[in-house]
Design a protein around this ligand. Structure first.
Ligand SMILES: NC(=O)C1=CN([C@@H]2O[C@H](COP(=O)(O)OP(=O)(O)OC[C@H]3O[C@@H](n4cnc5c(N)ncnc54)[C@H](OP(=O)(O)O)[C@@H]3O)[C@@H](O)[C@H]2O)[C@@H](O)CC1
Ligand SMILES: Nc1ncnc2c1ncn2[C@@H]1O[C@H](COP(=O)(O)OP(=O)(O)O)[C@@H](O)[C@H]1O
Ligand SMILES: [K+]
Length: 517
């Protein structure tokens, strides 16, 4: 699991090392790892370190020092290193170390026009961004801002430029703790972060600016809970319940699905198909006969009925997708939410939510639905506000409802009522298509059903029991996103084909993490 800690948590964790006089040793380890990543990237790009041109952008703090010491190491390996000093102060010792290794330092003062140096940087093989680290206070300003703007103008945006930008600890210009970018940012191809990822590297625009994330373990220990987490493949693999020889269809989990209506029958087909592909013992479908007939065309194994929730024994429920203008589906949603079983509440069923529920109720709104949900509780917010600060509003919704909240989008944000926060960025933008959310809810529903009676699931996931449903939701988002990536490799995603990609994704996850024989 990637566990991000705030800038102040990182400083607190670093304090005992500084008190013991080990600050420089930490910095050397950071620089060593940073240089190692640059060497790797140069090797991958076929350029090699010897003779490569490297530009180090250095600010006034320790972030600049890390970058300068990394520059020193690269210079010793034969790179031609120029340091551009973008502040009045610089960590002098690290600059001298770079110069002793053959590098050159250029101090940029306030009156200098940055264009020539920016062009030199744009033509380099690698640019190391050591302007701002966790000491950043607001966006880039002054000569650092002017330089980054001139560099971007000369080099072009990421993806088109030839220079690889490697961020030291974090890309300069992002909010360390919230990932907000309010001004200019130096978007990186890769970020090498020290001690632990910072929340801004997992959230919002900051995550997008970070590129490929490398975490360097400095042996820090944290007393606080992480601010944000992201599940990795191994976390999802550990969570997935593998059938055993003792299992039967009921013990593997039954998911009750009250989805679809005369107006939107397809949502039921998609949700049921995705749930079955995720691997459970049975789906019990409740809804209009005509919808059940369509479900059966695609998923003949679904057991259908037109009865109430109380007559369909299940381990978990999924209610809401496509269930509009249908009083019976509305009633089923309310009953499932009140059943005490884990329940995924999507789309129309969100209107059936009582004032307060528990974390086993997993809401899956998109930003528009979340805006409505909050407004119904007297918290007026615009959809755009939610899109710009998804973590803040998902946490708020979890707090006021008591539910686990999965907020959809390219990044999926999951908030637990305990305040735990997960973000998954595993998706392909090709997944932004009608019906895609129905498949996501089917996946999450199936995971919930298969884990509902599994007492060890939270331990396997490495989280407190109260946060299990948030992990289940985040795991669903990872599987959904991966299925989308697989599908997109063949061309634009057709949502009704997505279930066929879910099985291989799960097979890959389990294969990768199979214990050695
Ligand atoms: N924690 C760890 O375990 C380890 C941490 N390590 C490293 O230390 C880094 C943190 O170093 P840090 O504290 O010196 O802060 P950092 O970000 O380099 O500079 C802050 C200075 O920048 C300035 N400034 C601020 N805002 C600005 C703005 N918007 N625009 C322009 N300038 C701005 C301001 O200076 P001023 O303007 O006041 O002169 C401020 O004092 C951390 O990210 C990691 O790389 C590793 O070495 C080892 C282990
Ligand atoms: N830009 C994007 N990139 C990747 N996935 C996206 C993007 N935008 C939306 N999604 C995903 O698409 C789905 C849309 O869900 P939703 O809006 O409920 O659609 P529907 O109700 O038609 O199924 C969600 O799973 C969401 O995470
Ligand atoms: K930086």
């Amino acid at each position: 699991m990637l566990e991000a800690f705030s800038g102040s948590d990182v400083r607190a964790a670093e304090a005992p090392f500084l008190d013991a006089g080990q600050g420089d040793a930490l910095m050397q380890r950071a620089a060593h790892a940073l240089a190692g990543v640059v060497v790797g990237l140069l090797r991958e790009s076929g350029r090699g370190t010897y003779g490569a041109t490297v530009v180090v952008l250095a600010g006034s703090g320790n972030n600049g020092a890390d970058a300068l010491y990394a520059g020193e190491r690269l210079a010793r390996r034969g790179a031609s290193v120029t340091a551009v000093i973008l502040a009045d102060r610089v960590h002098e010792e690290s600059l001298r170390a770079l110069e002793r290794a053959g590098g050159t330092g250029i101090r940029v003062d306030d009156d200098a026009a940055p264009e020539d140096l920016a062009e030199h940087a744009a033509a380099a093989d690698v640019v190391i961004d050591g302007i701002l680290g966790i000491g950043a206070d607001g966006g880039l300003r002054g000569r650092a801002l002017r330089f980054v703007q001139a560099f971007t103008a000369a080099a072009g945006p990421r993806g088109t430029r030839s220079a690889l930008v490697v961020a030291c600890d974090l890309p300069s210009g992002i909010g360390v703790d919230d990932g907000r970018v309010t001004g200019t940012v130096l978007a990186a191809d890769a970020t090498v972060t020290f001690g632990a990822p910072k929340p801004g590297l997992l959230l919002g625009d900051g995550a997008a600016a970070a590129g490929e994330l490398n975490v360097v373990d400095l042996g820090l220990s944290f007393s606080s809970r992480p601010s944000v987490r992201s599940l990795l493949d191994a976390d999802v693999a550990a969570l997935i319940r593998r059938p055993t020889t003792q299992d039967h269809k009921y013990s593997r989990g039954v998911l009750g699905v009250a989805a679809g209506s005369a107006r939107y029958p397809g949502a039921a087909v998609l949700a049921v198909g995705a749930a079955l592909a995720t691997g459970i013992g049975m789906v019990r479908y409740l809804g209009p006969e005509a919808v059940a007939a369509l479900v059966h065309q695609r998923s003949p194994e679904a057991v259908a009925s037109t009865g109430p929730v109380s007559g369909a024994r299940s381990q978990a429920w999924l209610v809401g997708p496509g269930a509009v203008d249908d009083d019976e589906q509305r009633q089923r949603a309310a009953d499932a939410i009140g059943s005490g079983l884990p329940v995924v509440v999507d789309a129309e069923a969100l209107t059936q939510l009582p004032e307060r529920v528990g974390s086993h109720v997993i809401l899956t709104p998109h930003a528009g639905e979340l805006s409505w949900l909050l407004a119904a509780r007297g918290l007026e917010t615009e959809r755009a506000d939610i899109e710009s600060e998804p973590a803040r509003y998902a946490l708020l919704a979890a707090e006021v409802t008591g539910a686990t909240v999965l907020l959809k989008g390219f990044a999926t944000t999951v908030a637990a009522p305990s305040g735990a926060l997960f973000v998954q960025r595993d998706a392909s933008p090709w997944l932004a298509a009608a019906g895609s959310g129905d498949t996501l809810s089917g996946i999450v529903g199936a995971l919930a059903a298969s884990l509902a009676e599994d007492d060890r699931a939270a331990d396997r996931a490495g989280v407190a029991r109260e946060d299990l449903w948030a992990v289940v939701a985040a795991a669903g988002a990872l599987i959904h996103g991966r299925a989308g990536l697989r599908a997109a490799a063949r061309g634009p995603v057709v949502v009704s084909d997505l279930p066929a990609d879910i099985g291989p994704v799960i097979a890959d996850l389990l294969e990768e993490c199979r214990p050695a024989m």
